[in-house]
Design a protein around this ligand. Structure first.
Ligand code: HOZ
Length: 427
């Protein structure tokens, strides 16, 4: 008899394309049926067959404090009791805006949206409106949501499914997006020397998290900052994934760079649909209703989502939280890598705060071509072994992993003992 997960997936596929509401959930890169989850508590989730997993996806990043954190849930329930949406300003939005500006000082003003895609799309429009230029620069394997201008050589699901350039995006539009190799300073110099004064903005994931996880080389981000400044182009840090995840001040605080604009999402909503873009006041003042660049949303700044975000960020401000999170993330990833090496597997890992990369290759990659050389077949077998053992990893070799602040020694032990067993089975 097929499992309840399989039955639910079969039923879903009849009415939902591919049975999922976002392609990365479909397990197509690893095979098999996606797990349908029924509940989560802290670092654990349970599927429709009542199987328990240690969760290293954390809803693809938002759940910095794990599932159903009691403080977040209590605040959300109280907010819901007061009303789900007003389509009018609330004091909560200003509270969140003030907190964001305090935690990420490059953000002097901020606009809330409902998804990371909206945030990046809007930041691009704003950069074009502010500079009066059209061209945008992005990097291969970076993913900035599914807006037309940004689905060019994109990472995440687009990469997983071998469609880094999406159907339905007009070629004329895609041509305005110039794509360079991540971490390649020589390419940046050449492009800016040739047409620096036509570039509205460079958008970059300061730590790339949508082609697995790729760290920036030390000079890459600072060079990017100098070049954009010298040519009057804006620098947009897409911190939808890294914001409040790798550090309280985001990747920009770790690398000491002040971008002109920053996009945020995921952790900022603590599991509710909430995102934001913000930055220099003079740039943000170009947004409607004060400026000519239009951007809007019925549910933008939704009070329930904002409440979830506020309580998540307040919990994140506890002293030492990111140090403990970083220690746990490194213990998990280095433990897994060590277990694999004992069995003769070539593995490399990296971790920052609660975000990690894991590669079936000897050394860490620094760009997409190197990411592509990792052994995807081995990843697949490892993924399924771990799933069977009750460890839920992202179902793609091209996604980063996430650890929450409530993953503890019990999860670490269970994960490492599962990894030892799985490596022994697949070696
Ligand atoms: N951006 C997320 C991880 N790469 C996945 C969100 C989605 O596409 O569903």
């Amino acid at each position: 008899m097929s499992s309840r997960n399989d039955q639910l997936f079969e039923r879903a596929q009849k009415r939902i394309p591919g049975g999922v509401n976002s392609p990365v959930r479909a397990f197509r890169a690893v095979g098999g049926s996606p797990r349908f989850f029924v509940r989560g508590a802290g670092p654990r989730v349970w599927d429709a067959d009542e199987k328990e997993y240690v969760d290293y996806v954390c809803s693809w990043g938002p759940l910095l404090h794990g599932h159903a954190h009691p403080d977040v849930i209590a605040a959300v329930k109280a907010a819901a009791d007061r009303g789900l949406s007003f389509g009018a300003p609330t004091e909560l939005e200003t509270e969140l805006a003030e907190l964001i500006c305090q935690l990420v000082p490059s953000i002097e003003q901020v606009r809330l949206t409902s998804s990371g895609t909206e945030a990046t799309m809007s930041a691009i429009r704003l950069a074009r409106g502010f500079t009066g230029r059209t061209a945008i620069v992005k990097f291969e394997g970076c993913y900035h949501g599914h807006g037309d201008a940004l689905l060019v050589k994109a990472g995440s699901g687009a990469l997983t499914f071998g469609q880094p350039d999406s159907g339905g995006v007009p070629a004329e539009l895609a041509a305005q997006t110039l794509v360079l190799e991540y971490n390649n300073i020589a390419q940046l110099d050449a492009l800016f020397a040739q047409q620096g004064d036509t570039i509205a903005a460079v958008i970059v994931e300061p730590v790339a998290g949508n082609m697995n996880m790729v760290l920036p080389r030390p000079a890459f981000l600072s060079h990017l900052r100098q070049l954009t400044q010298a040519h009057g182009a804006l620098l947009i840090f897409d911190e939808v994934m890294t914001g409040f995840r790798v550090a309280l001040g985001g990747a920009q605080s770790l690398y000491g760079i002040r971008p002109d604009l920053t996009t945020l999402g995921k952790v900022i909503g603590g599991g509710m649909p909430l995102a934001a873009f913000g930055g220099r006041r003079d740039v943000m003042q170009h947004l409607a209703p004060v400026g000519p660049v239009y951007q809007a949303g019925t549910l933008s700044g939704n009070p329930v989502a904002v409440t979830a975000g506020l309580s998540t960020l307040r919990l994140a401000m506890a002293s030492g939280l990111y140090e403990r999170l970083g220690d746990m993330t490194r213990a998990v990833t280095e433990g897994i890598a060590e277990a694999g090496r004992q069995r003769g597997f070539a593995l490399s890992t990296c971790a920052l705060g609660g975000m990690f990369g894991l590669y079936f290759r000897e050394t860490l990659p620094s760009n997409l071509s190197e990411v592509m050389t990792a052994d995807k077949e081995r990843f697949k077998r490892f993924f399924h072994g771990m799933l069977e053992a009750g460890i839920y990893l992202a179902p793609s070799a091209f996604e980063a992993g996430f650890v929450s602040s409530v993953h503890g020694p019990a999860e670490l032990d269970r994960t490492l003992s599962a990894a030892e067993t799985v490596f022994s089975q697949i070696s």
